[in-house]
Design a protein around this ligand. Structure first.
Ligand SMILES: [Zn+2]
Length: 234
């Protein structure tokens, strides 16, 4: 199933999920919202140097079979010697969430380094689709310093920027309210004339943050802390 088919399928569940909570106050702070619950079940894979070889092998074989991935960069976990990144392997019925750690000092020239290099070679391939919140190549640029993949390799995969697609999707579903000056005029456009509380951006050039997108769509809180393992946005 591709991105658009999955979006079609998810639109119904997303909208019905929102409608059940539409009476709650949209203006309360993000911290007061309940924790985000993914729609699909997910399984966590902790990927690090001391992980059992069969788990690392399974990661590679599952990556080879998977067509669509979501990468969640953890920019706050990028150091000169250490990095952490979350890669989600989207399967039909569930998602595998790989929480990947890598240390330049300890892992370079090791079996683990070869596994990770192979993994990124598999996913950054023209037959794979990578979803990100933001531009894939921009997000991956800081990660190229670890030598696990190159910037040119990242460009091989088909990139889908969910952030760019979110705004028109949201505006089509959650139109201007009857009290708004823009009611029945330009549903797809955010302008300074819009007075809708459920449409927080009032300029066409503004992009949604992922926290706000989840808060306004699901009325749930998404914390992107580096080691917050219980989250999967696929
Ligand atoms: Zn409006």
């Amino acid at each position: 199933m591709n991105y658009y088919q999955r979006q079609q399928q998810q639109n119904f569940s997303i909208v019905s999920k929102k409608e059940t909570t539409v009476t709650t106050n949209i203006n309360r702070t993000l911290n007061e919202l309940p924790q985000f619950q993914p729609i699909k079940p997910f399984v966590l894979f902790y990927i690090h140097r001391t992980q059992a070889h069969f788990v690392l092998d399974e990661l590679l074989s599952e990556a080879a079979k998977t067509k669509i991935f979501t990468i969640v960069p953890k920019i706050g976990s990028l150091f000169s010697n250490y990095m952490f990144i979350q890669v989600e392997l989207i399967q039909d019925s569930y998602t595998m969430v790989a929480l990947i750690e890598y240390s330049n000092e300890n892992d370079r020239n090791s079996y683990y380094y070869d596994i990770l290099s192979n993994f990124f070679t598999i996913i950054f391939h023209s037959s794979k689709t990578i979803q990100t919140w933001g531009n894939l190549s921009d997000l991956m640029m800081p990660y190229t310093q670890y030598g696990l993949f190159t910037y040119e390799a990242v460009l091989q995969a088909e990139a889908i920027d969910i952030q760019l697609k979110f705004k028109p999707w949201y505006n089509r579903i959650f139109r201007h309210s009857i009290q708004c000056h823009q009611y029945l005029k330009f549903d797809e456009i955010d302008t300074s004339l819009c007075t809708c509380a459920h449409r927080p951006y009032k300029s066409s050039s503004c992009q949604w943050s992922i926290s706000k997108a989840i808060a306004y769509t699901f009325e749930e809180r998404y914390d992107s802390y580096p080691h917050e393992a219980g989250e999967c946005i696929a």
